[in-house]
Design a protein around this ligand. Sequence first.
Ligand SMILES: Nc1ncnc2c1ncn2[C@@H]1O[C@H](COP(=O)(O)OP(=O)(O)OP(=O)(O)O)[C@@H](O)[C@H]1O
Ligand SMILES: [Mg+2]
Length: 360
Amino acid sequence: MSLGMIVVVTAGLGLLVAAAGLAVMWWLRTRSIGVMMAIVVVVAVAATLAGVVAITMRMIIEGPARDVVLSVIAVGGLVGLGVAFVVARRVVAESRRLVAAVGEPPFTAPRGLPAELQAIADALQEAYARERALEGARRELVAWVSHDLRTPLAGMRAMAEALEDGVVADPETVGRYHRQIKLEVERLSAMVDDLFELSRIHAGALRLSRARIGLADLVADTLAGAEPLARAKGVVLTAEAAASVPVEADAGALGRALRNLVVNAVKHTPSDLPVVMRAGVESGMACLSVSDCCGGIPEEELSRVFEVAFRGEAARTPTADGGAGLGLAIARGIVEAHDGVIGVVNEGPGCRFEIRLPLG
Ligand SMILES: Nc1ncnc2c1ncn2[C@@H]1O[C@H](COP(=O)(O)OP(=O)(O)OP(=O)(O)O)[C@@H](O)[C@H]1O
Ligand SMILES: [Mg+2]
């Protein structure tokens, strides 16, 4: 028998055994990794054995030589199985360790796992940490919001009772109470609207009806809308917009995001100082910015202003013009739904909020 023949016969038999091994592996695909390893060894040994047996049948090797070859193969196979057993035990033990760690919150990834298991453990740890942070933020939001709702509600209730009981009767105070109640109701309604919008954004249910719009128009509309507020506060609100900056956007939603930025800027800028809106193109992106004279945002707060319910220096007592800390979270949600990014930097006498969007 020629060498070529031997190769053909062993390769053919090897392929057959490999196919059988793969079939068994497919059948046992959800079993332990240890079983898979045992199958690998068994397939290797069986393929070799099949080849040797076939060739001995053609009398290439005979007698003691054949027995030696067969026993060498058998011993090699046993050694392979032994190693597979040890490795499989380690893998099984490590994966049990991982499962046990997952069962004990707060989850910290065990160290020294095989690479793939370690990657799973690290990914899990990250996901759990994210989930915990989110859960914490949600609980904080509910606490703050209920506090922010309760305080004005208590005030309104006191005023309504005073009116009902006739405790206040002089027309001037009665009028003031009525106005105050109306004001609080408007503020609470706006807050509830914001919360609703935010929950829609978080649920991914923000439906944008995008159209090709020019940022100059959006800036002009926002300017017109915010002008009375700025005038009342004595802030000089101006806009500089490049002639044509087209984007694919939902004009209503994007306008809302921009309005939130402008209202914040006006709120934080002392009277007689300027707030400037700009629209233009920068390094291939449409760019909307609002610069104010707020005196700068503390470095440690810069990264947090977009968080839900964040409103600076932990001022948790609602004041007359105090917001709920939802405006920037909503703005970010809207901008990100437009595949854009929103950011803030301290610049000159204040800070600059900037929205970047893909050009339409
Ligand atoms: N232009 C700005 N200048 C200085 N600080 C700002 C500015 N914009 C936002 N901030 C800070 O970021 C916080 C969060 O702003 P955000 O708009 O989310 O909430 P808010 O204005 O307090 O309330 P809301 O917008 O819900 O009425 C503000 O409370 C303020 O501390
Ligand atoms: Mg705001």
